[in-house]
Write a protein that binds this ligand. Sequence first.
Ligand SMILES: Nc1ncnc2c1ncn2[C@@H]1O[C@H](COP(=O)(O)OP(=O)(O)OP(=O)(O)O)[C@@H](O)[C@H]1O
Ligand SMILES: Nc1ncnc2c1ncn2[C@@H]1O[C@H](COP(=O)(O)OP(=O)(O)OP(=O)(O)O)[C@@H](O)[C@H]1O
Ligand SMILES: [Mg+2]
Ligand SMILES: [Mg+2]
Lengths: 286, 286
Amino acid sequence: MKILTVANQKGGVGKTTTAVNLAVSLSALDHRVLLLDLDPQCNATSSLSALLPDQPRRDIYAVITDYFQNPATPVSFSLTPTTLEPLFLLPGSADLAALEIELSEHPDSRVFLRKILRSPLPPSLSPPRPPSSPTADPPLDFDYLILDTPPGIGLITVNALVAADTVLVPVQTEYLALEGLSQLLRTLILLQKNFQTTLDSVSILLTMFDSRLRLSRAVRDEITSTLPNFHTSFSTAVCHTIIPRNIRLAEAPSHGKPILLFDPSSTGAEAYLDLAREVLNAESRQ
Amino acid sequence: MKILTVANQKGGVGKTTTAVNLAVSLSALDHRVLLLDLDPQCNATSSLSALLPDQPRRDIYAVITDYFQNPATPVSFSLTPTTLEPLFLLPGSADLAALEIELSEHPDSRVFLRKILRSPLPPSLSPPRPPSSPTADPPLDFDYLILDTPPGIGLITVNALVAADTVLVPVQTEYLALEGLSQLLRTLILLQKNFQTTLDSVSILLTMFDSRLRLSRAVRDEITSTLPNFHTSFSTAVCHTIIPRNIRLAEAPSHGKPILLFDPSSTGAEAYLDLAREVLNAESRQ
Ligand SMILES: Nc1ncnc2c1ncn2[C@@H]1O[C@H](COP(=O)(O)OP(=O)(O)OP(=O)(O)O)[C@@H](O)[C@H]1O
Ligand SMILES: Nc1ncnc2c1ncn2[C@@H]1O[C@H](COP(=O)(O)OP(=O)(O)OP(=O)(O)O)[C@@H](O)[C@H]1O
Ligand SMILES: [Mg+2]
Ligand SMILES: [Mg+2]
């Protein structure tokens, strides 16, 4: 099971769009995927609203508070199935915003998510039987956990970075998004030192790229030339796949569908399928 | 002196672009303006880097920690002048991110900014003499304080909302930015009740608007039709000015200049001058 966290403290760079569409593309390529919505805005959850049952299951806030109230008993996830077998969701909650204050003094405040996700999976993690095959016994785990995070570097994002095997950093190909990149890499180095993270790779994903714009090309060239200067114990690379600016990606959430179902022939859908294949290839090479 | 806070928990909607270019446009129309960068990313500060002296003055973090360490003595701001005469800056600091944890238990944790900005202005607030007129005695206050805030609704943003007379909410004309709007209005109502804020108006500013796109038009129509349903004790309205998507606005920060100096004839420069006039008109009507 690989934990992939999508993060960037800069706002509006395509974190949610990437987490949702990468999760869907990986499950379309027959991998068992759990998408976790760790943003109080719940944008990942609403981006898939057309694929969810009417009664959503437990949300991430309930799972986290359960862990703190009953640390000795295995956490019960009772995940939300989607109409896209084998994709499951742990929905977001507006109450997550309160956690920053509630937990800031707790000794586990930066590692609780890693403990929740990595502890020996209790039987209750086994997702509910997919509606299509009531008799099959669902497997106990997933191939990928994809974590969508809020902007900023608050407690929730720190937890998601500490829990990650891989961090995917969407960077909008504009100047202000470029500025924050070195700050984020320094934060990752610090977290690895302080919490012995299992982080082995950081990938920069260029998003909203418009090859006609000088700015897009300039930012792409700047990132590909400066990244090698960062000496880290984890590997850093720029994804081969580049996500183009494609209005269909911005329209899809208003229909509650991922791009693969909203407009499968769009450049956005193709790009996220390419990204999924690149993620799968990277893993098979390790 | 009017305190105008630019805020929206959704990331990447044009908060910094609006705070910087509105502050510059108001000062170009001969008003004394102080821009405060409350975002640990310091994007507002870097967007004006070409107008700043080599040695920046005290930053916002130094001012806030000074207030907490020496509550009895007047705060010394020593503001940073810019090459644009009546515009001054209180630069941002990456250390702001630490405040969320450091101050969360303090009794003043949500009102400290209002106290710092509204207390009888100590002589030290008087901005340094503008380089061009060493003998003139600078006035003690400003016509406008413009506050740029980070994404999310953390401690810093709450403080900026509690201190505000007016809140300007940039909303990118896309679906996910629309979703968070009602959550923000509910937060403002709650803050007004709990902290007796002086908030008298909330204005929604449509940004990155592309009239050729169905999505832009649909989001604009949705906002203008649903806003009147929000019954609040402060007035809410959609700004008459709409900021178009204009690549020059995204290029300007890489030159450290506001749009008015980077490309004065661009649609972006015209729109922010229109917005400044609209803000001035709204005030003269009160
Ligand atoms: N490649 C793309 N082409 C066009 N629009 C895009 C693309 N990727 C994302 N968008 C749109 O840009 C906006 C910002 O994207 P998104 O919300 O995914 O960013 P985010 O980093 O998750 O934001 P936040 O910081 O608020 O969590 C959304 O309206 C989204 O629909
Ligand atoms: N009207 C516009 N047309 C084109 N690009 C724009 C426009 N307004 C802002 N931008 C660009 O869009 C990106 C996001 O804008 P900006 O950084 O101002 O948003 P923000 O809300 O301050 O983001 P954050 O949530 O990270 O603080 C930036 O790259 C900016 O240059
Ligand atoms: Mg998001
Ligand atoms: Mg900003």
